[in-house]
Design a protein around this ligand. Sequence first.
Ligand code: OSB
Ligand code: MG
Length: 380
Amino acid sequence: MKLMGIELRRISLPLVAPFRTSFGTETRRDILLLRAVVKPDATTGAGAPDEAEGWGECVAMSDPRYSSEYVDGCADVLRRFLIPALSTVEHLSARAVAPALAGIKGHRMAKAALEMALLDAELRALGVPLARELGAVRDRVPCGVSVGIMDSVPELLDAVARYLDAGYLRIKLKIEPGWDVEPVRAVRERFGDGVLLQVDANTAYTRADARHLARLDAYDLLLIEQPLDEEDLLGHAALARTVQTPICLDESIVSARAAADAIALGACAIVNVKPGRVGGYLEARRVHDVCAANGVPVWCGGMLETGLGRAANVALAALPGFTLPGDTSASARYYHTDITEPFVLQDGHLAVPAGPGIGVAPIPEILDEVTTSTEWIPGR
Ligand code: OSB
Ligand code: MG
């Protein structure tokens, strides 16, 4: 295909409730969307449109607190380096994006958004759903929900009760020093042993906290997600020998190679797969493959995406190695009004979109209402 250009579009969406993690509190999302306009190759086939459009969602947050990336930085690197780098590619395809961008170091979330937009455009032109392209084996996926740090345990119990009533099949509690054993104990006591329960520390602990974290073993958790610094693989391996609860990595897993290394070192027994964090959906599939080859279960993480990123995440979560419920919650968990048709929980599951590409698109009037800026970057 030929890249005609990319529209960078910034939107601002208020969250339904503040979301507090060990790294900060989000009350609204300032999101960078990409709209790729391409001319498919003449060989695409009879009936193929002569122009196609595809959407990408960049998962970077406003501040570099989850990872080093942040939304203004992503817009800058896309505009100055990543989009221009594609104009020199001879036969552009979604598969060619990552190799073409490999000379530019890091910036995986920005790269992932660009690849997603081109993948969506390419698959739409071909009439192929993303789920089929990735190798999905299910038409719906089981959903969990990530519950932020609250001001009090009673508030937390109310929030968890509402999510369980809504049908969520797994609860993840955000934890940090001072908010860990007590909220976990309270949730277990109130909702019983049948609830699938896990925790996420977003790197808030150190190796010295191993004995303290072992106290969580009493509560039959599915996993402890990213307790230590993202670069501390050996620390996670040591922790895994002290704590019985399986260690799951999020921030540390920035590629399929990082996943293979972490598994080989004994640093994790479970992996959270986030396409933005690993540079795109195609690398995310390779993370899945590496984990599957090692018998390591994976689940699909989330970054408070709109319906665009959610559609693609749900397609990924339908792959066979995704054996645990993901942070693929319904639109209403995040936003009063999503920019796509809302994803609605049915029996604790979300349906995998069946249309071509990511299978959803922004609703123009809603998109315009939440847009704060647009910028057109020509393909060459
Ligand atoms: O660590 O998984 C995380 C949200 C933003 C940044 C990091 C994380 C999260 C979540 C929420 O836990 C996942 C979601 O529901 O999208
Ligand atoms: Mg996490």
